[in-house]
Design a protein. Structure first.
Length: 268
C-alpha cells in the first residue's frame, strides 16, 4: 500500500504532494515502483496535528481519488469521516482505511456496511492533538489485541462481513517507541484477532532512532526507508496482509528478496 498524503503538514514529506497534480503524479510513480494499492488521505495524523474542516478534506481528497481510480489504480481512502469516505467511494475508491476504527464518526460503520466495501480498522485511542497522553499500557500487545477485537465485533454487529475487515495495530498512535517495538516483536498475536493485518511502520519516529547514539536526534523521515523495508520483511514473514509505506521501491526490493528465497524452498 503506497501512501499519498494530500496534506500541507505531513510528517513524512512536509506537504510535497499537497497540490492535486503533484499527488496524482506521485500516486502513479508509486504504482510504477510496485504499489498494489494507493492510500489517499487528506488529514495529517502526526502527533499534535489539528484536523482540517470537512470541506477542506473533501477538497483535498476527492479529485485525487477520482483521477487515480479513473486510471484503473486500486485506491483506498484514508479518512475518519463518513462523509469523506462516501464521496471517495463515489469517486471510485475501493476501500476505506479508518485510523479510528469507527470511533471518530458513529456513521462510519453503517456507511461501510451499506456499501459493502473492504474496511481497515485501526487501534485508536483518540485524536492526534492529545493521543500520546493515552499511551499507557500494562501489556501493550494484549491490550491492543483486546481493543481491536472489540472494534471487530462492533463492525460485525454493524453488518460489515468478516471477509471485508482488516485490522491495523496503529504503530505510533497513542504508543511510545517501546510499545511499537513490542508490537513488532509479537505480530503473530495480532493475527489471533482472526482478521488480515495491515502494518503501518513507515518512516515513523521510532525507526529514526535505530542505530543512533543516546541523546542524538533521530534521522529525518526520508532517511528511514531502509529501516521501514526491514519492518516490511518482518511483516511478510509473519504473513500479514499488507504494509503501508511511503517509499514503495525499497520495500518491493526487500520483499522480492524474500520471495526469491521462498521460491527455493526457504521458509523465512
Amino acid at each position: 500500500m503506497g501512501v499519498v498524503n494530500v496534506t500541507p503538514d505531513s510528517f513524512s514529506d512536509g506537504g510535497q504532494w499537497f497540490e492535486p497534480d503533484a499527488a496524482i503524479a506521485h500516486g502513479r510513480a508509486l504504482v510504477a515502483d510496485g504499489a498494489d494499492l494507493l492510500d489517499v488521505g487528506g488529514e495529517s495524523t502526526r502527533p499534535g496535528a489539528a484536523r482540517p474542516s470537512l470541506q477542506e478534506e473533501l477538497r483535498r481528497v476527492v479529485p485525487v481519488v477520482a483521477e487515480l481510480a479513473g486510471a484503473g489504480v486500486p485506491v483506498s481512502v484514508d479518512t475518519m469521516r463518513s462523509e469523506v469516505a462516501a464521496a471517495a467511494l463515489d469517486a471510485g475508491a475501493a476501500l476505506v482505511n479508518d485510523v479510528s476504527g469507527g470511533l471518530a464518526d458513529p456513521d462510519m460503520l453503517p456507511l461501510v456496511a451499506a456499501r459493502q466495501v473492504p474496511y481497515v480498522l485501526m487501534h485508536w485511542r483518540g485524536h492526534s492533538l492529545d493521543m500520546q497522553d493515552r499511551a499507557a499500557y500494562g501489556d501493550v500487545v494484549a491490550e491492543v489485541c483486546r481493543e481491536l477485537t472489540a472494534r471487530r465485533d462492533a463492525a460485525l454487529a454493524a453488518g460489515i462481513p468478516a471477509d471485508k475487515l482488516v485490522v491495523d495495530p496503529g504503530l505510533g498512535f497513542a504508543k511510545l517507541a517501546e510499545h511499537n517495538w513490542a508490537l513488532l516483536a509479537h505480530l503473530g498475536a495480532l493475527t489471533e484477532v482472526g482478521l488480515p493485518v495491515l502494518l503501518g511502520a513507515s518512516r515513523k519516529a521510532f525507526l529514526g532512532k535505530v542505530g543512533r547514539p543516546d541523546g542524538a536526534p533521530p534521522r529525518p523521515p526520508a532517511q528511514r526507508d531502509h529501516a521501514t523495508a526491514a519492518t516490511s520483511v518482518i511483516a511478510a514473514m509473519a504473513r500479514l496482509w499488507a504494509v503501508r509505506v511511503h517509499d514503495v521501491r525499497s520495500t518491493r526490493d526487500a520483499l522480492d528478496v524474500l520471495e526469491a528465497i521462498r521460491a527455493q524452498g526457504g521458509q523465512p
